[in-house]
Design a protein around this ligand. Structure first.
Ligand code: PMP
Length: 727
């Protein structure tokens, strides 16, 4: 079979008037009916309505349509439940002839085009899956010589559509070519074959007036003997159009289809590339046929939407859609139950209905059911979830060498140079550890070793880590549920009051003062200008050490500066860093002055089995490279500024927002109460945006997304917030 590259004879489409169609109906079928034209590509269809209101479809075929193709369609329709039925003419024929054209009369199927029903509810999508399954099951044992044809809509021949690539703008070709290629590479021999309908597009699928179920699938004109899965794939291509979560919608169809007519694994693997290839055929054939018949509007019906969807599909993580399709046909894996059985109950899950996330890609997370979420809270996936450069750096180093810091290796030497270079003098001595808690724990030991004093000043509601010593200096924990209250050696300064730090310093002569450079757990609170200068001076005046906890705030998030403490015009004695440093890889660091490092080197070695291993260093380096090469600090400044302005604008219109604050991509807004904040977070999640609450009253919504968060993401977040706050 050679693929057809011939335009489908649009010039040979019938051109009857409605009056002529009405006359034909009377003459051949004895039907006295009013005729009205229906949309069609290469044929002509009329809706006939008789005096009693009964409806029929009069189909007049293209002059190039061979009789045997129409005979095949009739035979297939007779088998498929719910398909239109052929009405014989007065002379007993199923197919009449009018000049060069064959004519048929079909029963009318009530319904609204799937394309015109919104929303596509889960029930409707499931109903479509069942209808397609019933159709394919009915045709499984059917064959007809006319189906074995070279046909440009047969996905097996999708590669032939490359001939039309030149008709689309160069920048769009990349959206199409990979799918045509993927189709060519499929193992077609491994797929079941049968005669398929091959055109369950959103104008050929009808739903009932309520949009609750499918009433029928029309137009058997594209039937071909091909892989059975192509029939479902074609429908999926159109199901995905206009959906916020195209893969989730498609998965509902797949699931219902599979329950009625099981799909093999190879078919599940093929569905997504086939569906995407169908979109490609749609845009390429439209480009081709528009050249042939510029005035036929029907050809361009789904063109813009198909391009839009192809763009969306190109942005999804590779393999995710197919994974979702496979998951859609399997029973759910009781993940929550396994956690309940084997994880300590002191760990909670986010959201009223917890998320089952299976992929991360840049600023998005993807769930098992096919939904995409804009991640506005994960400041660990700093340069983007699964950033390929970071992943590659880790993989390559892991495949080469991973050991501990008692050997010489390049990644460590290079990394500590690069990390130290981000900090002002004299912060030059680096310790590599594995978590923010380890970093703060080490900072605590260093400060105490250097000063010989244990007293510690912390800021109210602060959290510095999960170890014994850190829970003792974290008011967020010791004053919270299950907490044991403030220990003797700890003093708590009021938020934002540098004078209070000075007062406490004079009172308790602290070994250290530890403070985040902008307060996260306290509810995304910016320190007042001059705060750290005054507090540091007071602490140093009594011989204390100043520790900046940059675990949440560092690595360019501030936008204006690489480190948040720099926005205060100070340099701490010890800086601790974590979360974003490894983009999700467990690593963290402490950087201090040679003087403090010398005091700490009192003979007891500090060794950390995993800290500073070559893989961690390679990953840390890649993070620094991406930050620089992608200009992410500047992005945080620009997008953060825009977002802050947008949030202020929302505050002006929504009384539920009482304050908006932050800098760069470290932002937050305070709501009237925790119940409202929690409701908003859960509602936003249902609308595809991940947020969370913080602050002593749990009424602050924090925004600290991956730094690749772009202007469109800011726009999307603001639009969704506006919608949810309206309710
Ligand atoms: N410091 C701050 C400011 C933090 O937010 C956290 C973690 N939330 C930590 C330290 C502790 O980091 P880790 O969880 O990596 O031990």
């Amino acid at each position: 079979m050679t693929p057809s590259v011939k335009p489908p004879a649009l010039e040979r489409a019938p051109r009857l008037t409605s009056q002529e169609a009405g006359r034909l109906a009377a003459e051949w079928y004895g039907l006295s009916a009013a005729a009205a034209p229906l949309a069609s590509e290469r044929d002509q269809n009329f809706r006939l309505t008789d005096a009693a209101g009964a409806r029929f479809v009069l189909k007049i075929a293209n002059a190039e349509e061979p009789l045997e193709i129409l005979q095949m369609q009739n035979a297939a329709m007779a088998r498929v439940p719910g398909a239109p039925r052929v009405i014989t003419a007065r002379d007993g024929q199923e197919i009449a002839r009018h000049g060069a054209h064959f004519v048929r009369l079909l029963t009318w199927i009530e319904g609204v085009c799937f394309a015109e029903v919104r929303p596509h509810t889960p029930q409707l999508l499931a109903s479509l899956g069942r209808s397609l399954a019933a159709m394919d099951a009915a045709l499984a044992g059917f064959d007809h010589p006319a189906a074995h044809r070279a046909f440009h809509w047969d996905l097996q021949q999708a590669a032939a559509a490359r001939a039309h690539l030149g008709l689309v703008p160069p920048e769009r070709r990349a959206l199409v070519e990979p799918w045509l290629e993927a189709c060519g590479e499929l193992d077609w021999g491994a797929l079941r074959h049968s005669v398929i309908h091959n055109d369950a597009n959103d104008y050929n699928v009808l739903a009932d007036a309520e949009g609750a179920c499918i009433t029928g699938i029309l137009d058997y004109g594209d039937m071909v003997y091909s892989a059975t899965a192509c029939n479902l794939a074609v429908a999926l291509a159109y199901v995905m159009l206009h959906e916020q979560d195209p893969i989730a919608a498609a998965a509902r169809v797949v699931s219902a289809y599979h329950a009625a007519f099981p799909l093999a694994d190879a078919e599940l693997d093929a569905l997504y590339p086939l569906a995407a290839a169908r979109l490609c055929l749609s845009v390429l054939h439209a480009a081709w046929q528009t050249r042939e018949a510029p005035r036929n509007a029907y050809l361009n019906i789904s063109n813009a939407a198909a391009w839009h969807l192809l763009e969306r599909l190109a942005s999804l993580p590779a393999g995710w859609a197919t994974e979702v399709f496979h998951r859609a046909v399997r029973p759910e894996a009781g993940l929550a139950a396994a956690r309940r059985r084997h994880l300590g109950p002191s760990l909670s899950l986010s959201y009223e209905r917890p998320l089952h996330i299976v992929r991360g890609w840049m600023q998005h997370l993807y769930d098992a059911a096919g939904r995409r979420y804009l991640d506005c809270v994960n400041n660990v996936a700093h340069v983007g979830h699964c950033h390929p450069r970071v992943v590659r750096a880790g993989n390559e180093q892991a495949a080469r060498l991973n050991t501990n810091t008692r050997y010489l290796y390049e990644p460590l030497a290079e990394y500590i140079e690069r990390l130290a270079a981000t900090l002002p003098e004299p912060l030059r001595v680096v310790y590599l550890v594995c978590s923010g808690s380890e970093a703060n724990e080490l900072a605590l030991r260093m400060a105490r070793a250097h000063t010989g004093r244990k007293n510690t000043i912390v800021v109210d509601v602060a959290y510095h880590g999960n170890t014994n010593a850190l829970v003792e200096i974290s008011p967020y924990k010791f004053d919270g549920p299950g907490g044991g209250g403030r220990p003797e050696h700890v003093r708590v300064a009021r938020i934002g009051a540098a004078g209070h730090v000075a007062e406490l310093a004079r009172e308790c002569r602290p070994g250290l003062f530890i403070c985040e450079s902008a307060l996260s757990c306290a509810g995304q609170v910016m320190l007042p200008p001059g705060y750290l200068r005054e507090a540091y001076e007071a602490v140093r005046a009594v011989g204390g050490v100043c520790v900046a906890d940059e675990v949440q705030t560092g690595f360019g998030r501030a936008g204006s500066h690489f480190w948040m403490f720099q926005t205060q015009g100070v340099a701490p004695d010890i800086v601790t860093m974590g979360k974003p440093i490894g983009n999700g890889h467990p690593m963290a660091a402490v950087v201090t002055t040679p003087e403090i490092a010398a005091s700490f080197a009192n003979g007891m070695e500090y060794f950390n089995t995993f800290g500073g291993n070559p893989v961690s260093c390679a990953i840390g380096l890649a993070v620094l490279d991406v930050l620089r090469d992608e200009g992410l600090q500047e992005n945080a400044r620009a997008v953060g500024g825009r977002l802050l302005a947008g949030l202020r604008e929302l505050q002006a219109r929504h009384a539920a927002i009482v304050d908006v604050r932050g800098q760069g991509l470290f932002l937050g807004f305070e709501m009237t109460d925790a119940a409202r904040a929690s409701a908003l977070v859960n509602r936003m999640k249902e609308r595809g945006v991940l947020l969370s609450t913080d602050g002593p009253r749990h009424n602050v919504i924090k925004i600290k997304p991956p730094m690749v968060f772009g202007p469109e993401d800011a726009g999307f977040l603001l639009e969704r917030l506006d919608g949810c706050l309206d309710r």
